[in-house]
Design a protein around this ligand. Structure first.
Ligand code: GUN
Ligand code: ZN
Length: 648
């Protein structure tokens, strides 16, 4: 099995998952195939919906003599006539639904192996939401024990070891940690069907978060039995890679149509709010008048079209960097889902989510409502302002939000202030939070779009951050000439150049407190774009140390700059440490693969600039991280750092 990150947004990712039957792009959906009754064959699914992987049930196959014999003889791929990757489930769910089913935990794993399943599942103990913690803990213990035993008989099959633990986050987390110690390659989150059925999305979010926090981040995660697209965006944003759907068929047999925002009975629809080929071909009444079997078939197709379309939307949102916007928009279509978003405001969850969030995106951040202010990227940007920004001066003049870039919008006022005194800090009280004027081109301050008026919750959060940021400072709200008169003439005029302030502030926010001291300790030359007037390149003592990107106003680190940071900051700050074997490759300019990473600064985030060093902390290259620390240390495939410049 191979699992490799290709792109990312929120804690979601686009990955390539490869077994010997092919490669699947995640996040993706596995339609459930009932080997006894195929409404739509897997082959047709591949043709019409682009289905890349399916899931079927080994317990159902094993129980039926004909299916069992055939599966053992020709394999599960021929049995259901599908040549792509196939996952099998174990019968856990059947024992949950029907009570006691006779199954041996090892036998069912061996059977899945013997019929050639790509991903086989252990016989985990289904933890129900209503069970006591003691009972749930017993289930977790048994599940882990079975996983440990199953791993020995799995052969070449990928073994899916399900995280259980009912609705108890600590049990979920413990189970996830125990399972991650085993050499398992696939982690479903189980026991969530009753939560889905009762729309207990808050509990679902807690279960996902607690599980994900304990799981090895380099392995695929599957949300077992959650086939409704309503929760796909949020589940992906929290790090789920796979879903399975029996809902498409179950709902169809019941005359129900799935939509991204919920489910509707066909009988209650005058018009079909969908443009899939089925809803284009039929009107609602034509669909209603079809024979039962035909109606189920057409509804099942619609349900699959809608489910796969939502996954396309999610993958493109990841690629575009606006997954949180999709999550927030979808959440507003269901009150229970909306309620579950509250979990994301908890500091412990923000700090976990923040670790996966890239430091910059190619597109602007859009406000969609009162959840936007709690996005991990904004949380980080507030934290970095408070921890890393160097205020320099006590006096702070505060302007209200205005057009961007702020330094242009307020240029006249700023000129007047500087003429009077250069020893003041200028701050914008923006709708996203406090923005020092020097940072007005940096992501996401410049690259964010908020409406004229936000909402009470956002205002309160922003005001809290503003107070924290300006605590113990002399704050003056701009009132024109009145403010100018209040300013005392400063002794040393214009000694502190605005360009120097800008590059210092960006360097400190981006690389850490005091980074500016290490980078700009010499003769500084700043080259600006002739066209835009923006800072492009920075030289220190004739060495090109940094370039400023026009898109996000952040620095690209040149090797000369890396040397300065390396000298100033002690290990492990900004470092990615690689194995000796990989050093010659990086010295040729090749990228750093995750499997060669020995250590990494825990503060580094995806897309942060970093220093690549060897085991003796000798600088090898400057690069850009694609993963965070825990990912670098656990992924066996794919790139960890894209090398920008190396030492010769
Ligand atoms: N299908 C739906 N939920 C589950 C679960 O918790 N475990 C297994 N093995 N299959 C499931
Ligand atoms: Zn449709």
């Amino acid at each position: 099995m191979k699992f490799e990150i290709k792109d990312r947004d929120a804690a979601g990712r686009i990955c390539k998952f490869t077994t010997e039957h092919g490669t699947v792009t995640t996040p993706n959906l596995m339609p459930v195939i009932n080997p006894n009754k195929m409404l739509i064959s897997p082959k047709e699914m591949k043709k019409f919906f682009g289905t890349q992987i399916v899931i079927t049930n080994s317990y159902i196959i094993k129980k039926n003599e004909k299916l069992r014999e055939k599966a053992l003889e020709v394999g599960v791929h021929k049995l259901i006539d599908f040549d792509g990757p196939i996952m099998t489930d174990s019968g856990t769910f059947q024992s949950y639904v029907y009570g006691d089913v006779k199954l041996d935990p090892l036998e069912i794993v061996e059977f899945q192996r013997d019929i050639g399943s790509d991903v086989g599942t252990i016989l985990d103990i289904f933890g129900t939401p209503q069970q006591t913690k003691t009972k749930a803990a017993r289930g977790v213990k048994e599940t882990v024990k079975r996983a440990q035993q199953s791993i020995r008989v799995k052969g070449d099959m990928v073994l899916a070891c399900t995280v259980q633990g009912s609705v108890y986050p600590d049990l979920r987390n413990k189970c996830a940690k125990e399972l991650s110690k085993i050499d398992a390659d696939f982690f479903p989150i189980g026991g969530v069907v009753p939560l889905m059925e009762n729309q207990r999305y808050s509990d679902l979010v807690s279960c996902i978060l607690a599980s994900k926090k304990g799981l090895n981040p380099s392995k695929p995660v599957h949300l077992f039995g959650a086939g409704h697209p309503l929760i796909f965006p949020l589940a992906v944003a929290l790090g789920c890679d796979f879903f399975d759907s029996s809902a498409y068929a179950k709902y169809a047999n019941d005359g129900r149509m799935i939509f991204p925002w919920g489910t509707k009975k066909l009988d209650n629809l005058d018009e079909l709010p969908c443009c899939c080929p089925i809803c284009t071909k039929f009107t609602a009444s034509e669909l209603r008048n079809l024979k039962e079997n035909e109606k189920s078939l057409q509804l099942a197709k619609h349900n699959l079209y809608v489910s796969f379309a939502e996954l396309k939307k999610i993958r493109s949102a990841i690629a575009e960097g606006n997954l949180w916007e999709l999550v927030e928009t979808r959440a507003s279509s269901n009150p229970y889902l909306l309620e579950s978003m509250k979990k994301l405001k908890k500091t412990e969850n923000k700090t976990w989510l923040e670790q996966s969030e890239s430091t910059s995106k190619d597109r602007a951040l859009f406000y969609t409502g009162n959840h936007t202010i709690h996005r991990p990227i904004i949380y980080r940007c507030h934290r970095r302002l408070i921890d890393r920004y160097e205020p320099l001066f006590d006096t702070t003049i505060v302007f209200p939000d205005g057009n961007k870039p702020y330094s242009k919008y307020y240029s006249e006022q700023i000129k007047k202030i500087i003429r009077k005194s250069n020893n003041v800090k200028i701050l914008i009280n923006s709708r996203l939070g406090p923005v020092p004027i020097e940072l007005d081109e940096m992501y996401p301050f410049a690259q964010s779009v908020f409406p004229e008026t936000t909402d009470k919750e956002t205002e309160e959060e922003v005001s809290r951050i503003f107070d924290e940021f300006t605590r113990n400072r002399d704050v003056i709200f701009w009132e024109g000439d009145k403010t100018l008169q209040k300013l005392s003439e400063s002794q040393e005029k214009s000694q502190n150049d605005i360009d120097i302030r800008r590059i210092s502030a960006v360097a400190n926010i981006q690389f850490g407190k005091d980074a500016s001291k290490s980078l700009f300790d010499g003769k500084i030359k700043i080259i600006k774009s002739k066209k835009t007037g923006k800072i492009r390149n920075i030289y220190c003592d004739e060495n090109h140390i940094l370039s400023m990107r026009a898109g996000d106003g952040m620095f690209t680190l040149k090797i000369a700059g890396a040397k300065l940071l390396h000298r100033y900051f002690k290990y492990p700050r900004l470092r990615v440490t690689i194995e000796g074997d990989a050093v010659p490759f990086v010295k040729q300019g090749k990228s750093v693969f995750a499997k060669f990473v020995l250590d990494c600064d825990p503060e580094l985030r995806p897309f942060d600039e970093c220093l690549v060093v060897d085991e003796k902390d000798v600088l090898i290259a400057a690069g850009r991280c694609l993963l965070n620390r825990s990912e670098m240390l656990s992924f066996k495939y794919g790139m960890a750092v894209r090398t920008r410049e190396h030492i010769d």
